[in-house]
Ligand binder design. Structure first.
Ligand SMILES: [Zn+2]
Length: 66
């Protein structure tokens, strides 16, 4: 069996979502090495309270049709 030109696998872009424990504001930022769910995040941009990483997810770039 011969395989023709390998299709490059699209790499998902990882995002980290952190939620403020005080005002509930959700902030999405690019994933950073070492991020994990329930890790303490950065300060809330609205009320300056501590935030918690609540979700990490990957997004695939939209498929291009040729
Ligand atoms: Zn807040």
């Amino acid at each position: 069996m011969i395989l023709f030109g390998k299709k490059p696998e699209p790499k998902p872009t990882l995002h980290t979502e952190q939620t403020c424990g005080s005002c509930g504001d959700k902030e999405r930022r690019p994933f950073e090495q070492g991020d994990y769910v329930f890790k303490g995040g950065a300060r809330c941009i609205k009320c300056n309270s501590a935030t918690l990483v609540t979700a990490i997810y990957g997004e695939y770039p939209p498929e291009k049709k040729s």
